[in-house]
Design a protein around this ligand. Sequence first.
Ligand SMILES: [Zn+2]
Ligand SMILES: [Zn+2]
Length: 239
Amino acid sequence: MRDILDVHTHTLVSGHAYNTMMEMVQEAQKRGLEVFGITEHAPQMPGTCHEFYFHNLKVVERQYGDMELLLGAELNIMDDKGTVDLPEKELKKMDLTIASLHIPCIKPGSRDYNTECVIQAMKNPLVNIIGHPDDGRYPMDLEAVVQAAKDTHTLLEINNNSLNPRSFRQHTRENDTEILKLCKKYQTPVIMGSDAHFYTDILNHCYALELMEEVDFPEELVVNSQKEKLYAYINKNSL
Ligand SMILES: [Zn+2]
Ligand SMILES: [Zn+2]
């Protein structure tokens, strides 16, 4: 499968990742990416940066040779209203946004509650991607999530980090298998993300690719193969 973009990565700024922005950019260029994204954890994640970090992203150059850099945030979904932890005016200025459920920011609730949290976040037009919807610590009605992704024009992520056998997320393989089967059924596109917290993981989609092959997932539903496919789903406000 052609795979030329990775937009879910973190730097030192997130507080539990280990490279600088330029180290990540240079490695992404070396690996031949056409589009590279850095999405630091939003302010409710312990140890991450202040809102001002996101406010000033305009100063960062976005083009590196043939590679385009996208800067955004991995937002925390805070409740079943789909509340996220940065104001709308900041989200509007970002190139792209991911919204995810994280244990330090929201405790898992019932299956209905978790499902509602994610669906309400997707209804926010400034949320582009749902990060790691496969985390079994937050059981969800995955069929409802996939249908809502289609209805709200939001991408669901197949997170490579989740599928790493060392991951602390649970039941990810069975949940990603179900998500992929449902996305195939409903013709809902997905995005692979490395969720790299270290430069060696940039564009590492090995487990996601393996699983897609296993369920015979159609390449046309994977936005990583062509940047225009991704552009249809994100804000891209820097361009
Ligand atoms: Zn995350
Ligand atoms: Zn992440």
